[in-house]
Design a protein around this ligand. Structure first.
Ligand SMILES: *[C@@H]1O[C@H](CO)[C@@H](O)[C@H](O)[C@H]1NC(C)=O
Length: 276
């Protein structure tokens, strides 16, 4: 396993960036590319490494810097990756979907695999190219010909091609997980399973009762895919949530998705999703 060059970068650099008030990438010379990572149906160059268990989902706890949990289970099913700063976008890239493929190694199949950004890689090898994916072992191996996934993983770091694709969660609507510690003056939600862009640039909340009255209050990105609202009055449910995607600016309202008697550590499923 000496060739597992990507090992550990993800989590280590995320924690470092999280604990310091500025990101490690701010102190590094960034390489730039004219290729747009968000251009649909256009393949561009990136580099790739992998970390964690060879057949795992990346982080040992199946989480990551986006805050998603159980990324080893459907719908993510371990097809996950850290994004470098150009892909992670300080957390706003969380949830974006990409196809990746390789032909640079004899074990590469050349067939595209689809991954979701669930974690961050903000230093080290991840800054060597304009776009870098530090993938789960499962995702990296999925670019190989049948039976050659271990051989490909032994390559450690390879050039790949990538393209942005719409996310597609058949049968799943957008879910809101009320984070631990939420109370009437501090409300934090993890938002996941957005079809299409998969990413978010703005989240607004409308209260029920007398505070609602059609007023949308902006939440702010806490970290990763978690958005928070600090309130000077006790927030009154039910809450409606309005989402705006980062890549194409689409909006969607999940009306009254969180009931008045909401509880922390609870997931509330909406009845809506973006169309692809
Ligand atoms: C929720 O937060 C409290 C206080 O920080 C902590 O003691 C508890 O373990 C947390 N629960 C979960 C499930 O994370």
């Amino acid at each position: 396993m000496a060739l597992r060059k990507g090992f550990g970068f993800c989590t280590f650099y995320f924690i470092f960036a999280f604990l310091s008030s500025f990101s490690i990438c701010a102190r590094s010379e960034q390489k730039h590319s004219n290729f747009s990572a968000d251009a649909a149906s256009q393949w561009g160059p990136a580099s790739a490494t992998w970390y964690g268990d060879p057949h795992g989902a990346g982080p040992a706890d199946n989480g990551g810097a986006c805050g998603f949990k159980n990324v080893n289970l459907p719908p993510f099913s371990s097809m996950t990756s850290c994004g470098n700063p150009a892909l992670f976008k300080s957390g706003k890239g969380c949830g974006a979907c990409y196809q990746v493929k390789c032909t640079s190694h004899p074990a590469c199949s050349g067939n595209p695999s689809t991954l979701v950004i669930t974690d961050a890689c903000l230093g080290g090898v991840c800054l060597d190219a304009p776009f870098h994916f530090d993938m789960s072992g499962t995702t990296f191996g999925s670019m190989a010909k049948p039976g050659l996934d271990d051989e490909l993983r032994h390559a450690g770091k390879i050039p790949i091609q990538f393209t942005r694709v719409p996310c597609n969660y058949p049968g799943l609507n957008i879910a809101f997980h009320v984070e631990n510690g939420s109370n009437p003056f501090y409300f934090a939600i993890l938002i996941e399973y957005e079809n299409g862009d998969g990413d978010l640039t703005a989240v607004d909340l409308m209260e029920g009762g007398s505070h609602g009255q059609g007023v949308w209050t902006p939440m702010r990105e806490s970290w990763g895919a978690i958005w928070r609202l600090d309130s000077n009055h006790p927030l009154q449910g039910p809450f409606s949530v309005r989402l705006t995607t980062l890549t194409s600016g689409k909006t969607l309202v999940a009306a009254d998705v969180i009931p008045a008697n909401w509880k922390p550590l609870t997931t509330y499923r909406s009845v809506v999703n973006f169309s692809n």
